[in-house]
Design a protein around this ligand. Structure first.
Ligand SMILES: Cc1cc2nc3c(=O)[nH]c(=O)nc-3n(C[C@H](O)[C@H](O)[C@H](O)COP(=O)(O)OP(=O)(O)OC[C@H]3O[C@@H](n4cnc5c(N)ncnc54)[C@H](O)[C@@H]3O)c2cc1C
Length: 124
C-alpha cells in the first residue's frame, strides 16, 4: 500500500485535468495529477503541458487508476496493481464522461439535506 498526501489532487490528465492543473502549478500550490494511462497520449491532448508539469517538479502519476473517493481519501491501484491511497483537501474529477470521482461525490451529496443539494453548495 502506497500512501500519498497533498493539498489538491486532479484525477485525469486529459484536456480538462491539464488545464485545471495549471492553476495550482502557477500559484505554487502543492498538487498531484494522476491518470490511469501509463504515459502521455500521443495525440493532440496537450501532451506538452503534461510533460512540462513533470519537468517542473510537479507530481504526475501515470498508471494510477482511481476506484473510489471517500471523504478526503482517494483509493485506487498504481501502475503495478498495488493499492494506493491519497489524502487531499481538494479533489478534481477530470476523469472523463463516466467519472469515478464525480460519481463518488454525487453519492456523498445524496446524503445532504435537500437545501444543500438544490443550491449545489453549502458544504466544503
Ligand atoms: C474518436 C474521438 C474523436 C474526438 N474528436 C474530438 C474533436 O475533434 N474535438 C473535440 O473537441 N473533442 C473531440 N472528442 C472528444 C474529446 O475526446 C473530449 O472533448 C475531451 O477529450 C474531453 O476531455 P476531458 O479532459 O474531459 O476527458 P478525457 O480526454 O477523456 O480525459 C480523461 C482522463 O482521465 C483518465 N481517467 C479516466 N478514468 C480514470 C480513473 N478512474 N482513474 C484515473 N484516471 C482516469 C483517462 O485516462 C483520461 O486520460 C473526440 C473523442 C473521441 C473518442
Amino acid at each position: 500500500m502506497t500512501d500519498h498526501e497533498t493539498f489538491a489532487c486532479v484525477v485525469g490528465a486529459g484536456p480538462a485535468g491539464l488545464v485545471t492543473a495549471l492553476g495550482p502549478a502557477r500559484a505554487g500550490v502543492p498538487f498531484v495529477l494522476l491518470d490511469e494511462n501509463h504515459g502521455p497520449v500521443a495525440d493532440s491532448r496537450a501532451v506538452t503541458v503534461r510533460a512540462r508539469l513533470a519537468e517542473r517538479g510537479h507530481s504526475v502519476l501515470s498508471g494510477h487508476r482511481v476506484s473510489g473517493v471517500d471523504g478526503y481519501t482517494i483509493n485506487g491501484k498504481d501502475a503495478e496493481g498495488r493499492p494506493f491511497t491519497m489524502r487531499a483537501r481538494h479533489v478534481v474529477g477530470a476523469d472523463s464522461l463516466h467519472s469515478t470521482v464525480r460519481e463518488a461525490s454525487a453519492r456523498r451529496r445524496s446524503h445532504w439535506p435537500d437545501g444543500c443539494r438544490r443550491s449545489g453548495g453549502g458544504r466544503p
